[in-house]
Design a protein around this ligand. Structure first.
Ligand code: ATP
Ligand code: MG
Length: 420
């Protein structure tokens, strides 16, 4: 089949193969009167060569079917595009029997052949009517062709869009997975750094506690013993029996007073650095002693609500709780202007709860907004760390009516078992 040779021509064409001469001329006139173009073809082979989308119908005569090129036309008609079924208007010879060519042609094309047979002689209105029917049929076929084409284009567009979408999704997915990898790496790195920092903090706090314990012992065993020795020497001087001159007596008393005052101070400082009660009598006694001393010196009234002493607490928990109480009360004294404070310590099988509450002016909002991560001073940060290192939770609530420091620390299973 030739390509659409008249791309710009809207009207269809009718291929005519025989009759020649006058009949051909009449047919051509009828075809032209319908606004169609008649294309005379001298052979069936020529018809097959001329057929294109513009072809509206093919006029054939029965005699032309006797041609040896019938096979070429049959082949073409049997292999048309799915949408195409060119109407064939066949002028048969008058008579009861069809020619061999016609019979063969019809049987080759099969039941669905679009063939209209007009027995000659045929009147012009009959030709016109058949021609118009063929034209309408062909026009519907072209509509189907256009729809199929449109569908094909839409499918192609859809495929392209889907491919593009898939490509973009793949691109995005790979970008996301890269970002995800990067994020995971950063999270791991950050966790590692945090763990490292935590273990360093734990070491620093331990070293600090140990150092305080050592200084406390050195003070007690060193300066404390020296002062005790001096006091004993003074007592010995007094007990030697000799009457001292009044001036010496008063000097000696002054020396004894100073030595006693020094002993008291050394003991207080050494107790503050490391309360021996924490090891010997336990946490609650150490806190009672500390609070008593604190109240005396600060003139802040501190009430205590403590659970019964419990042996279930590990040394680490006791030290942490004592140091948190120390720091929280020091903050109350230094920053709050409170008159009263209250300490609560409660514990059950699994957890120890600690609260230190004051009725002071509260932590300024500007400090509180950065204070949650303990960046304003060492005190809050170290209270938080001590709690966190033991798997606990630390919090501060503060407003113009006062401040509450809250801590909860889990009691490890092993220490629970040990106490059973
Ligand atoms: N009970 C409180 N009442 C009012 N303000 C407080 C209280 N506790 C803490 N603050 C405020 O929070 C800040 C942070 O306290 P933090 O203990 O961390 O540091 P600091 O006491 O200033 O210094 P240090 O490092 O010696 O403890 C304080 O400077 C103070 O402004
Ligand atoms: Mg502080």
């Amino acid at each position: 089949m030739r390509a659409n040779k008249h791309a710009s021509v809207q009207a269809g064409e009718v291929l005519l193969c025989a009759p020649f001469g006058k009949d051909a001329e009449i047919l051509a006139t009828i075809v032209s009167s319908e606004g169609l173009q008649a294309v005379p073809c001298p052979s069936l082979k020529e018809i097959a060569a001329q057929v294109c989308d513009l072809t509206d119908s093919i006029f054939l005569t029965e005699e032309a079917l006797a041609s040896s090129s019938l096979k070429t036309l049959e082949k073409f008609l049997l292999h048309q595009e799915p949408w195409s079924d060119i109407p064939i208007i066949l002028f048969s010879s008058a008579g009861a029997t069809a020619s061999v060519g016609l019979t063969r042609f019809l049987s080759q094309l099969g039941d669905n052949a679009n063939v209209s047979i007009l027995e000659r002689p045929v009147r012009t209105p009959t030709i016109l009517s058949v021609l118009r029917t063929a034209k309408r049929a062909r026009s519907r076929q072209r509509e189907v062709r256009d729809l199929l084409l449109q569908e094909k284009r839409s499918a192609a567009n859809l495929r392209t869009a889907r491919d593009e979408l898939e490509r973009r999704v793949q691109e995005r997915t790979s970008e996301l997975s890269d970002t995800n990898l990067e994020l995971n790496r950063e999270i791991k790195e950050r966790k590692r750094a945090e763990a490292h920092l935590r273990s360093l903090t734990a070491k620093v706090l331990n070293i600090q506690d140990e150092e305080r314990r050592r200084i406390a012992r050195d003070l007690h065993d060193g300066v404390g013993q020296t002062l005790a020795g001096a006091l004993m020497a003074a007592a010995q001087a007094r007990s030697c029996g000799a009457q001292l001159p009044a001036a010496c007596e008063s000097e000696l008393r002054q020396i004894e007073d100073l030595l006693q005052q020094g002993t008291r101070e050394v003991r207080t400082v050494s107790h503050l650095l490391h309360p021996p009660l924490l090891d010997e009598s336990g946490l609650m006694s150490a806190i009672r002693w500390y609070v008593e001393e604190f109240s005396k010196r600060s003139r802040i009234e501190v009430t205590l609500e403590l659970d019964e002493e419990t042996n279930r607490l590990t040394q680490e928990i006791k030290t942490a709780v004592f140091r948190i109480v120390q720091e929280a009360l020091t903050n109350v004294y230094r920053h709050s202007k409170a008159q009263v404070a209250r300490i609560e310590i409660k514990s059950d099988e699994t957890c120890l709860l600690l609260k230190i509450k004051d009725n002071g002016k509260g932590i300024p909002a500007s400090v509180l907004s950065v204070a949650p991560d303990g960046k304003t001073g060492v005190g809050v940060a170290s209270m938080r760390e001590r709690a966190t290192l033991l798997g606990g939770v630390f919090g501060i609530q503060s407003d113009s009516e006062g401040t509450t420091v809250s801590v909860s620390i889990p009691i490890p299973r092993i220490s629970r078992i040990a106490s059973a």
